[in-house]
Structures are given as structure tokens and as C-alpha cells.
Design a protein around this ligand. Structure first.
Ligand code: SF4
Ligand code: SF4
Length: 362
């Protein structure tokens, strides 16, 4: 397929591709915003890339959780996402989902999928969950290898089937690393064969346990080839492939002329601390799951006060980014992954190190 054909394909599919209803990890313009609460760090798997492994402190209570939900609802029709750890290990998870869905919010969940039986899927649906994202990092033993538990792949397949039977919408999350890169093609085929709607292809950020496998992060050149691969692959599959933790993918689409003004597709790039807010199990509020810098804590301040007053959030909103991101012509629609900047330099405003666009020219 030629560039023009791919461009027409994107144009024809844009309402679905850019729909506001996925389980996001924040690198996209979910408006008016996305509040993600990692309800627990407990988990039944031992993923090599777990971003929450370092977090300590006591989990927020059910009442404190209800308070977050009420505050989030004041932001408007936000997406409210439950994640973990494994959120299904939280005993009050159905109460929390039910409470969230009693407000005008899209209620979604990221889960490893292994604990979803027929009964669990039905209860999630009944509680008001709109969509579940499940992780597949490889096919069969390749998945188990990255997830640290034998049999995890079979279990997530059962979870997916249970959701399908309960008519609970699902999408996939796939971690993209050097060690499972050769699995990506198979995962896309797997998802396309099952007529799944989306795969979020998540770039490994070296935080949490991921610090131990930082050499598995794709380099700039590898990331560039990955974008070429994704755009090319997209021409032949129906499942929408969406690189995550990679806001420069939108810059790439513009740069290749695959979307333009006429398409009326607006990208906002990295939304961390702008329209996306992450709450860790201990109540720490941060811009993103992969950016463990605290803007405030729910136990000390109201969530909306943190969102409004945090100096970090103000700097992110003003996109006070540095280095090649500061002068890049795509700063507004990308801004660089603030988590990767932090993970590699210790400065969340530093330039995104995995980019080839920032050449200093406006
Ligand atoms: S230089 Fe920074 S702002 Fe520009 S495209 Fe790359 S990551 Fe995005
Ligand atoms: S910090 Fe990175 S992972 Fe988080 S929202 Fe921004 S681009 Fe996405």
C-alpha cells in the first residue's frame, strides 16, 4: 500500500482510531481527562517490567477511594481507570467500580487478565465496567517468560474468552522491548484473527523492576524502524496499532504526511500532568504511571487542589520541556515522553532521548 493509500485508510477509520473510549496509558488526547488509580501494588504475576514494584506505603481505603472518584467526577466526563498491581486482588474492587460508574465517567480497567473467570467477568460488567485492557507480551511461553509465571498466557486467554462471553469490551496492552520484539508480529496476527479492536504497543520505560532490564529499551534507530513497521503493518490489519509512551508517533504521522490539517485530527502528545493524573496505592499523585515523582498526596490534600496547584503539573501544562524537545516543531503535538526523560536523566522536563525529530529547528 502506498503512502496515499495509508493516508486514506487513516482518514476513513479516524473516528474509530481516535475514539475517546480506550483504556489509555495517557499518551493520547482523552478529553476532558483521564484519572488512573492504581488501587494496589499486590499482584499474582512477577513481570520483568513492573513499574510499581518500588512503591511502598499503605493502600488507600475504600472511603478514600470513593473520595477520589467524587473529585475526579468534578472534572467532567473523564475516563476513570483502575489499575494495579492487579486490581482484581483488591477486595472492594466491585464496589469501587460500581461507585465510579454511578457518575458520568467512562470506567475502564487495566488487568493482567489471569484472574478473570466467567463469574468475575459477569460481575465486572454488572458493576459498570465499560472496557478491560489485558496484557499479552508474547504468544505462549514468551508471554510467561516476561510475566514471570508459567501458565499466565493460558490464563489470560481464558480471561479474554470470559469477557467476550459477558459482552465486556476488551483491548490489548503489549510491552515492546528488545527481548520480545520478535513476538510483536505474532501478537498482531493473534489480535487480528480474534477481531480485537486495539493493541497498545507500550515502549518499555526503565522504572520499577524495569530498571533491571533497561538494556531492553529500544534505541532511537530501533524506535524509528518500529514506527515504520507499525505504520506499514497497519495497512494490512484491522486491529488499530497504537504506540504508547511514544508521543512522537503522532509527530511521525504528521512528518510522513499521513495526517494533516484537513483530517481534523488533533494530537496533544504526552498528557502526563496535563489531562492525565495517576494515583499510586499509597495516595501519591503523579503525572503518569511511569513517572514516580509526587505532586502531592490524597491523604494531605484534595485531589483537585493537587491538580490545580502542583508546580510540577503547572510546568508540564506549560510544556516547559528542555533540549531538543524545547525547540522541536512538534513540541505542541508531542512534547516527548516525560517518563522516559525522567527515567534516563532524573529530570522530567529533559528532552526525550528516543527521538530523531528534535534538530533544534523551529
Ligand atoms: S524532539 Fe521531543 S517534542 Fe519533538 S518529536 Fe521528538 S520527543 Fe516529540
Ligand atoms: S509520560 Fe510517557 S507514558 Fe506517560 S503519558 Fe506521557 S508519553 Fe505517555
Amino acid at each position: 500500500m502506498s503512502v496515499d493509500e495509508l493516508k486514506s485508510w487513516i482518514r476513513a477509520q479516524k473516528n474509530e482510531i481516535f475514539a475517546n473510549d480506550a483504556v489509555g496509558t495517557g499518551c493520547f488526547s482523552y478529553l476532558p481527562g483521564e484519572v488512573v488509580w492504581a488501587v494496589t501494588k499486590r499482584c499474582n504475576l512477577r513481570c520483568k517490567h513492573c513499574s510499581i514494584a518500588d512503591v511502598s506505603g499503605e493502600e488507600l481505603t475504600t472511603e478514600e477511594g470513593f473520595g477520589i472518584i467524587e473529585e475526579a467526577a468534578k472534572l467532567g466526563h473523564v475516563k476513570f481507570a483502575f489499575t494495579g498491581g492487579e486490581p482484581l486482588l483488591r477486595e472492594d474492587i466491585y464496589d469501587l467500580i460500581e461507585y465510579a460508574s454511578s457518575f458520568d465517567m467512562q470506567v475502564v480497567m487495566a488487568t493482567n487478565g489471569t484472574l478473570i473467570t466467567k463469574e468475575v467477568a459477569e460481575n465486572l460488567k454488572k458493576a459498570g465496567l465499560e472496557r478491560a485492557a489485558m496484557s499479552i507480551d508474547g504468544i505462549g511461553s514468551a508471554h510467561d517468560e516476561l510475566r514471570g509465571v508459567n501458565g499466565a498466557f493460558e490464563d489470560v486467554l481464558r480471561g479474554m474468552k470470559a469477557c467476550e462471553d459477558a459482552e465486556l469490551a476488551i483491548q490489548l496492552f503489549t510491552m515492546v522491548t528488545r527481548s520480545n520484539y520478535h513476538e510483536i508480529e505474532k501478537i498482531i496476527k493473534f489480535a487480528d484473527d480474534l477481531s480485537l479492536w486495539r493493541i497498545y504497543l507500550i515502549y518499555l520505560i526503565a522504572v520499577g523492576r524495569g530498571k533491571e532490564i533497561s538494556e531492553d529499551c529500544l534505541s532511537t534507530n530501533e524506535n524509528m524502524r518500529f514506527f515504520d513497521y507499525v505504520a506499514d503493518k497497519q495497512k494490512n490489519v484491522n486491529v488499530w496499532l497504537k504506540p504508547i509512551c511514544n508521543p512522537q508517533y503522532w509527530a511521525y504521522l504528521k512528518d510522513k504526511g499521513l495526517v494533516d490539517r484537513k483530517d481534523r485530527i488533533e494530537f496533544t502528545g504526552c498528557t502526563a500532568g496535563i489531562t492525565r493524573f495517576h494515583i499510586f496505592p499509597n495516595g501519591d499523585v503523579t503525572p503518569c504511571a511511569y513517572l514516580p515523582v509526587k505532586a502531592g498526596n490524597i491523604r494531605e490534600q484534595r485531589f483537585l487542589d493537587i491538580v490545580r496547584d502542583s508546580e510540577m503539573f503547572k510546568a508540564l501544562r506549560a510544556r516547559k520541556v528542555k533540549g531538543h524537545c524545547a525547540t522541536c516543531k512538534y513540541k505542541r503535538i508531542c512534547g516527548g515522553c516525560r517518563s522516559r526523560a525522567y527515567a534516563t536523566s532524573g529530570d522530567y522536563l529533559a528532552e526525550d532521548p528516543v527521538c530523531w525529530f528534535g534538530d533544534g529547528k523551529e
